[in-house]
Design a protein around this ligand. Structure first.
Ligand code: RUQ
Ligand code: CUA
Length: 764
């Protein structure tokens, strides 16, 4: 009732506002006109008002969604559902230079199985680093289901820092889930295989094929996974699935689903029923209850064997030390999610219509009392299912994943087959509400929904099919992320976001104010390691180093030129460019592309990145900037000149082109002086205001001051040449002075507009 009232009030406000506008601007369409023309209902208008974010506005939450086999992470805002970024992780991404600069190539190579570089990945489950069960805004992790790998992404610059390859497992699904304080990143296998990438025939499945879960040790300060401090638990050859970390009372534990506990091996080509038939025969599978804290102690006590450099705690030790217990869970489970207070574990069974709420205290009591109903084929103790359950609730068809609300006892479950989200009370065991989604939802997401203090507000359904929701773009349809308002009693659908990268599985959302990304790198940073690059140089100390068979360029970039601009090499040389962006200005990124080569760098302010051509072929290779960085961006260019083997080095810049006279010089010089008087006026305006109260303006003024300083240096050179009556160089340097002035004026005018629009005051 209260909700209905407030909605009516909101619409009344919108309508009243539209009336006010209609009176003041008769030619413009009124809100009612637009609603009529676009066939929008009041409900649509309310949804629009809840999501629309005016230009320059900010989102409340940032979402990190996997992109599936596109191998990256999609970043978008809530409630606006605007896409901000694709973070390149396992797949090269030219705009970010990822997979095209030497630094990221090395990262991808180190994160591939030995002897090859794998240039894609199947990203499934992003996880944010946590401190005491809540997001700390520092790190992001994601898994590769195809080649078991975990990637670490820094939330300072939203870039991938590290990829580790699992040396034991051959396939996974249960990653990258973190423990409550990010002590470990968990990664569990899916398709059982012999451990350590070995061969064994399938008729040895029961004895030689195994599952496993790896605990990757994460060093939070260094932002690095440490393989030497990581360990793997050997598990039976079930298809282990997703993992959820314990919290609070269950903090030392983790809960891992499995399916195909039948250990069925298909073979449709030889007349056997397929995997899907044999893997769903039993009524129940096993949830693995893992005491990771104890496993850590066992690892530290040295009770492991090493496989390919990874510590593996063998099956027998896992059982003897009491590291893993099993409890039956409904047929072919999928999602497993621990409640914010850590007391319950909710499991959805894909082929069961219930949400099963397991009670941690009840399971723990059985473990402590060593009260088991039996053992599995490998000797793992099995708990009593009934005695472990708090309740089971009939939810609908195909329950998959669960996410928690800020309201106590409220959870949301995706129903894949029913194409619905169900809201229910897991304490009392009753369904509260259902909403239809379009269509076939996989994961769902609430804000901070896997933390100890979820934020509520919004839910996103990550749908597998969009079918008829969008303009058709061919047989491969966009994915559909649907935003749902969960702040009231009834769920309300607000917005459909088509995603053109697939297939997203899981997503996590954090309050935007918990993130503090940097604006620029410390001068000369190798962004792939976050360390100072040994290849960085300052403006003025650029150099080309030649050794036999090798040319190495240490250069800088700034609006809008490379230094150096002409680079000579000989056929067969290895040519390496190291560029440092010496800009300080916000968002002044330059690119570096060399024609006919697989090279494109993204040089954000302060960054150093490198590109190597192994064996240069004779020819002329223009290079240019791929970011429209200033009015003279198209002129940001140069040449790599690779002369045929054995020919002599040419002089880099012979005087070709236009010849300038004193008249040309005078004209250019006058233009500079005129421009200066415009700049002086803009400067006078800016400095007459309280611009110092606006960080954006302060940054821009700094940048403009830099440009003017460079201009003054160019002017001095022009003056010098003029004194020597070298009108050629005098005119060209005067022209360069003018280029800097133009950039300064451009920034100055932008600042002036900014100050006017943001209510700066006159202070003198
Ligand atoms: S898991 S929905 Cu990796 Cu469900 Cu895809
Ligand atoms: Cu630098 Cu365009």
């Amino acid at each position: 009732m209260r909700l209905e009232l407030s909605r009516t009030t909101a619409i009344a406000t919108i309508l009243a506002l539209s009336g006010a506008f209609a009176n003041s601007a008769s030619a413009a369409e009124s809100l009612q006109d637009v609603m009529k023309r676009r066939n929008l209902s009041e409900k649509d208008m309310l949804a629009a008002a809840k999501t629309y974010t005016p230009s320059g506005g900010r989102d409340e939450f940032l979402t990190f969604s996997s992109s599936g086999h596109a191998g990256s992470i999609i970043v978008y805002g809530i409630p606006s559902m605007r896409i901000y970024k694709y973070i390149a992780v396992f797949t090269p991404e030219p705009w970010q230079g990822y997979g095209f600069d030497d630094e990221s190539k090395a990262l991808l190579k180190a994160g591939s199985p030995q002897g090859q570089t794998i240039n894609w990945g199947d990203t499934h489950h992003p996880n944010l680093s946590k401190t005491n069960g809540d997001y700390d805004g520092q790190w992001l992790f994601i898994n590769d289901k195809s080649t078991p790998r975990i990637a670490v992404i820094s939330l300072k610059d939203f870039e991938t820092r590290q990829i580790v390859v699992n040396p034991v497992l051959t396939n996974e699904h249960g990653g990258a889930f973190v423990t409550n304080n990010t002590e470990y990143v968990m990664e569990a296998s899916q398709l059982p295989s012999p451990l350590g990438h070995k061969y064994a025939p399938l008729d040895k499945f029961n004895d030689e094929f195994r599952g496993g879960i790896t605990y990757w040790k994460f060093n939070k300060d260094a932002g690095k996974i440490e393989q030497e401090n990581s360990f793997t638990l050997e598990l039976p050859p079930y298809s282990q699935d997703l993992v959820s970390s314990g919290k609070g009372p269950s903090e030392d534990w983790a809960f891992l689903n499995s399916f195909c506990s039948e250990r069925y091996v298909g073979g449709i080509e030889s007349g056997k029923p397929p995997f899907e038939a044999g893997c769903s025969a039993n009524d129940t599978d096993f949830m693995h209850i893992i005491n990771w804290k104890k496993a850590e102690a066992v690892f530290k006590a040295g009770k492991f064997t090493k496989i390919n450099g990874m510590a593996v705690i063998p099956l027998k030790t896992v059982i003897d030390e009491g590291l893993v217990y099993l409890v039956p869970e409904p047929k072919s489970p999928h999602g497993v999610d621990v409640s914010p207070d850590g007391k319950f574990v909710i499991v959805g069974g894909k082929l069961d219509s219930h949400g099963s709420v397991f009670d941690f205290a009840k399971m723990k009591a059985q473990i402590d009392a060593k009260k088991f109903v039996g053992k599995d084929a490998y000797g793992f103790p099995i708990l009593d299912m009934k005695e472990s359950l708090h309740t089971q609730v009939a939810l609908g068809l195909g329950p998959l994943h669960n996410q928690y609300d800020s309201k106590p006892c409220v959870v949301y479950t995706s129903l894949y087959v029913d194409s619905q989200i169900v809201k229910w009370d897991y304490c009392q065991g009753k369904v509260l509400d259902k909403i239809a989604i379009q269509y076939n939802v996989g994961h769902l997401l609430t804000m901070g929904g896997d933390t100890m203090h979820p934020d509520g507000h919004y839910l996103v359904a990550l749908n597998k099919l969009s079918i008829d929701r969008f303009n058709p773009v061919g047989p491969l349809h966009p994915q559909n992320h649907q935003l749902i308002d969960i702040s009231g009693d009834k769920m309300e659908l607000l917005y459909d976001l088509p995603i053109g990268l697939g297939e997203p599985h899981q997503a996590v959302a954090i309050r935007a104010d918990k993130l503090k990304p940097t604006i620029r790198y410390k001068y000369g940073t190798d962004s792939r390691t976050e360390e100072e690059s040994k290849f960085a140089v300052r403006p003025g100390s650029e150099k080309i180093v030649r050794t036999p068979g090798k040319v190495e360029v240490f250069g800088t970039v700034i609006r809008s030129h490379y230094n150096p601009e002409i680079v000579e090499a000989e056929e067969g040389d290895q040519v390496t460019f190291h560029w440092t962006n010496s800009e300080r200005a916000e968002d002044e990124t330059h690119g570096f592309a060399i024609s006919q080569n697989d090279v494109n760098l993204s040089l954000e302010p302060g960054k150093t990145a490198s590109a190597t051509i192994e064996h240069a072929k004779a020819g002329v290779y223009p290079y240019y900037c791929t970011e429209f960085c200033s009015a003279l961006h198209l002129e940001m260019e140069g040449y790599l000149m690779v002369r045929p083997k054995g020919s002599a080095i040419e002089k880099a810049s012979t005087n070709v082109g236009t010849v300038y006279t004193k008249a040309d010089f005078d004209k250019q010089y006058k233009a500079c002086l005129d421009t200066q008087s415009v700049i002086d006026k803009v400067v006078a305006y800016i400095t007459s205001t309280n611009f110092k109260d606006f960080p954006t303006a302060v940054g821009q003024v700094e940048d403009a001051t830099d440009q003017l300083k460079f201009g003054t240096e160019a002017r001095a050179k022009a003056d010098d040449y003029a004194k020597k009556e070298d009108w050629q160089n005098a005119t060209l340097w005067a022209g360069q002075w003018w280029q800097y002035q133009v950039k300064a004026a451009d920034i100055g005018l932008r600042t002036k507009t900014y100050l006017e629009q943001n209510g700066a005051r006159t202070v003198k």
